[in-house]
Design a protein around this ligand. Sequence first.
Ligand code: HH2
Length: 283
Amino acid sequence: MPGAERTPGGWQVTWRGCAVMGVLNVTPDSFSDGGRHATLEAALGQARSMRDAGALMIDVGGESTRPGADPVPLEEELRRVLPLIRALVGEGVLLSVDTMKPEVAEAALAAGAHLINDVTGLRDPAMRRVCAERGAPACVMHMQGEPRTMQRSPHYDDVVEEVHAFLRERAREVLAAGVPAVLLDPGLGFGKTPAHNLALLRSLEEFTAEPHPVLVAVSRKRLIDTLAGVPDPQDRDPGTLALHLHAARAGAALVRAHAAGAHVQALRVQAALDGPGPLEFRA
Ligand code: HH2
């Protein structure tokens, strides 16, 4: 599993194998965990349990990106995420913040968060500037269109080639703006049909061959319903695990998951199976 070490200069993350980014949405309307962490205590409890289960980092989000979600005003998003970020930074948790707003990114990084996860791929130059000035790495995700309308009629001539070209170009642009490091994410479910998502999952090696770590995030998404007939997002963790284990074997550095503990366990077992040497274990 990758290691994260706190050094006097900050966190040092070694991307070796695949790690877990635990999802923590403090929103009333996220598609699978909306309303579950409405109080600071509930959110902290969930974050601590994911950390204790071995998640490398926690991804805090205060605005749902599901298709058709209503935009959240800046003040409201800040009100949702900042107290939680401050508390978790105080507990030494490695923190990513899922936001599309440069103002939220700025406040989150000023409060001690470590990474910005922007589903718009840092297309706003102000977002690139904030990350660069604060010396924060960023996750660059591909999305066709906008969250509200992205699932209406996504179209690609060659989804793998187009998403790959977008990520390569955007990574170049973000790094050129002075952002110290990027993670790349094909953005499964963001302006993509089930066939597009499957094509990307089957071609992940093309992305993981890039010099940047790759994040894969299909946790509880509708693709699992399409593939296995699971209408309730709460019931989709087994399908999520199957897809994320596949992603890990294809070289993903990070999987974003609601069921963080189950992922840590499954990834450890898979890593032991795939490891080069004789299995070492305590009897
Ligand atoms: N998916 C969601 C949110 N953030 N970030 C990245 N990098 N990649 C993703 O695929 C991704 C993401 C959607 O999932 P969730 O947070 O569970 O739901 P909601 O957006 O409704 O809060």
